[in-house]
Design a binder for this molecule. Structure first.
Ligand code: ADP
Ligand code: MG
Length: 681
């Protein structure tokens, strides 16, 4: 007997091969398939008379089989089957190429329904490979037809048949939205929703079903996020940092802060001085100068007698910060320390000791700092760099290393206000939109592969002038199924194309210390051309690198392209970015246009959102946001607001989600957020 958790292979008519196709799509259980919803619906209620058919249009006809011309050669698998079918107004030919199997499904003088595109062969109208059913049969293709997201190797008709097969199981699915919420928001119940999504009969009911599913998806997300965030906000007895570190550092800098930096600093200083804890997001493009603001805040913490830590997403970035911080803090007699997982045990032990006894005042770390055994004496401020690389939970864990700790998160991926609220709760936000003086915008050009040699020629010229070059490819290895450049192959080619220069390779499958070594060499100027995958996306600051070449640019999203481009243009030299792509897909061309026309990350983020919708931007668990399948955070922003309020109400009534009526919701939330959350619940 089928159960919700049965494997897909246990459904009638699905063998191991088909099961694998589903599994490859992430569909493992019967329940997964029940939650596999149509992408759209097609209204196939209207029958077209054969005399009204027009070539090139899709149409639904009902017609009797007048002549059945069986396959000429029965033993040839592909021998076509030709039917002449007619209604009161005329006749049309229906052709199937795999005729041998289909022939027996059609009987003369019986009426069938066909749906397909009409084509013209000389004077005769045809339908080639239409969908069909016996008129009035249970699998009748007339009606409102759900169109499921395409799965290669499984037909729409088959998915519909399977969904039909699974519909009796709807009774086993518990309602996970608490009763009160269902009533307050007049939501359709789960059984109604499932039936109407898979077997639509009328447009209004489908809309009610969709609203319910979107609402419940957002409710689960909001309940989980708000649960994790509980207690994070509105701490009144926060640590007060009133030291004058920021002002001292500002005076000693070799440059003047930009207006935006100054404004951000003022807000941060006010936050630090108040007894309400700081919870601030600092957004600014790569190279806009966020690090120095973090340094100012951290020096203030030291001056007030508190420890502070900055957490970076990669070891290389942490090491780079160590260099900067050590240089900048030397004159104050402060020695920043590093904590990363790859360091020798003895050294690590010393650092842990120093954190515990308070002698380490400034720590630069990777997520290694999140481990249980890392304890601080007097932690007053935590900074998260490149926040978009961390999950909600990691940020929370870091701030819980002390009590009433002030929090500053920095990101180079600008996000609109509404999404910031979803991602970071009730965070205050500061933006650095202007670049430091003297920084020249990166000149960006798009070219097809034909222009590649000229780009290389240009790059060679720059190397001769003493500059360094990045070349980025989307893949590590060549692939049979994906037609795109691989870093390894490119590396081999470029070794000969850049003879006499030092060419190196770095990619994500390399060991950490190998990667670090190559990066280090590049950063010290020992490498001229660095071939890589996106591993350099968040990473090193090499002001001397002035050319970025991106192969198969169409394979990267806008945010990614912008991040990659941000690796150059960090020095005083004029920098260049080349997007190499032969794609003429609409989105790819749009992205290239945007990249070539602006260097402003905020503008790019907005355009990106228009192009893709935020669901995709934040659609990964990496950010601590569950993958949204049905909802679109822009389109459904009003539903989101409702779900936010509903989740708040649920957690106010039942903060631990322990009540019987919230049990199913809790299971859903745990399921969605995974292990991290179940530890807390
Ligand atoms: P990001 O915002 O990407 O973290 P960084 O803080 O690394 O940017 O800054 C990039 C470079 O710009 C650093 O070398 C930094 O010293 C320099 N910088 C920061 N602010 C200014 C400024 N106001 N004027 C000139 N250079 C600056
Ligand atoms: Mg930075």
């Amino acid at each position: 007997m089928l159960e919700l958790f049965s494997s897909i292979g246990s459904i009638r008519g699905i063998g191991p091969k088909k099961e694998k196709i589903f599994n490859d799509q992430g569909l493992m259980t019967v329940e997964d398939l029940i939650n596999y919803f149509p992408r759209s619906y097609q209204d196939r209620r209207l029958i077209t008379r054969i005399s009204d058919l027009k070539p090139g249009e899709e149409a639904l006809i009902t017609a009797k089989v007048l002549i059945k011309k069986a396959p000429t050669n029965y033993y040839r698998k592909n021998s076509p089957l030709s039917l002449l079918v007619g209604d009161d107004t005329g006749a049309i030919e229906v052709v199937f190429f795999n005729g041998r199997f289909l022939s027996k499904l059609f009987d003369q003088n019986v009426e069938y329904t066909f749906y397909g595109k009409v084509s013209q062969n000389y004077a005769r109208f045809q339908m080639i490979h239409p969908e069909f059913s016996r008129t009035g049969a249970p699998d009748d293709i007339r009606g409102i037809i759900p169109i499921y997201p395409k799965i290669n190797g499984v037909s729409q008709k088959e998915i519909r048949r399977i969904e039909q097969e699974l519909s009796p199981l709807y009774d086993d699915i518990p309602e996970w939205i608490p009763d009160k919420v269902v009533k307050d928001y007049r939501l359709a119940d789960i059984k109604f929703a499932l039936s109407n999504l898979h077997f639509p009969t009328d447009g209004k009911k489908v809309l009610a079903a969709k609203f319910r599913m979107v609402f419940s998806e957002l409710l689960v997300m909001e309940t989980g996020l708000q649960f994790m965030r509980k207690g994070e906000q509105d701490i009144r007895d926060a640590i007060v940092i009133s030291g004058d570190g920021g002002e001292s550092l500002m005076k000693d800098l070799p440059f003047e802060l930009t207006d935006d930096q100054l404004k951000a600093w003022k807000s941060i200083r006010d936050d630090l001085e108040s007894n309400k804890r700081m919870n601030r997001l600092l957004q600014g493009d790569v190279g806009s100068g966020k690090t120095v603001i973090a340094e100012m805040a951290m020096l203030s913490a030291v001056r007030s007698g508190y420890q502070s830590v900055i957490m970076a997403p990669t070891e290389i970035l942490a090491k780079q910060h160590l260099e900067t911080f050590s240089r900048d803090f030397k004159k104050y007699g402060i020695t920043p320390k590093l904590l990363i997982s790859s360091m020798p045990a003895k050294e690590k032990k010393e650092i842990l000791q120093g954190l515990k006894d308070g002698s380490v005042e400034i720590l630069i770390a990777t997520h290694a700092v999140l481990q249980e055994n890392v304890k601080f004496d007097k932690l007053g401020l935590v900074v998260t760099d490149e926040q978009h690389r961390f999950g909600v939970n990691q940020r929370r864990k870091l701030s819980e290393k002390g009590e009433g700790v002030n929090v500053l998160v920095m990101t180079a991926t600008p996000i609109p206000r509404t999404l910031a609220v979803i991602l970071y709760g009730d965070l205050d936000s500061s933006q650095i939109r202007s670049m430091p003086k003297g920084r020249k915008p990166v000149k960006t050009t798009h070219t097809s592969s034909e222009g590649r040699e000229r780009v290389y020629e240009f790059a060679r010229g720059k190397i001769k002038d003493g500059r360094q070059i990045y070349v980025v490819a989307p893949l590590i290895d060549d692939s049979d199924s994906i037609d795109a450049h691989s870093a390894k192959k490119l590396f081999e080619e470029l070794k000969s194309k850049f003879k006499g220069f030092r060419v190196e390779l770095v990619h994500g499958a390399m060991k950490q210390d190998e990667k670090d070594l190559v990066m280090q060499n590049f950063s010290e100027g020992l490498v001229d051309v660095l071939v890589s995958t996106v591993v350099i996306e968040v990473g090193i600051n090499v002001p001397n690198a002035s050319v970025m070449i991106i192969e198969n640019a169409e394979r990267f999203g806008l945010a990614q392209l912008h991040q990659l481009r941000g690796r150059v243009g960090r020095g005083s030299e004029e920098s260049f970015c080349f997007l190499i792509s032969d794609s003429d897909s609409e989105v790819a061309v749009k992205r290239q246009e945007i990249m070539c026309s602006t260097n402003d990350g905020f503008e790019i983020a907005e355009r990106d959102m228009e192009l893709r919708g935020p669901g995709e931007i934040f659609g990964t668990k990496q950010h601590g946001i569950p993958e949204l399948i049905l909802s679109d955070l822009v389109k459904h922003i009003d539903v989101l607001e409702k779900a936010q309020i509903a989740a708040k109400g649920i957690l106010e009534r039942d903060p631990a989600l322990k009540d019987e009526e919230n049990r199913a919701l809790r299971a859903k939330v745990e399921n969605t957020f995974g292990e991290d959350l179940s530890l807390l619940l």
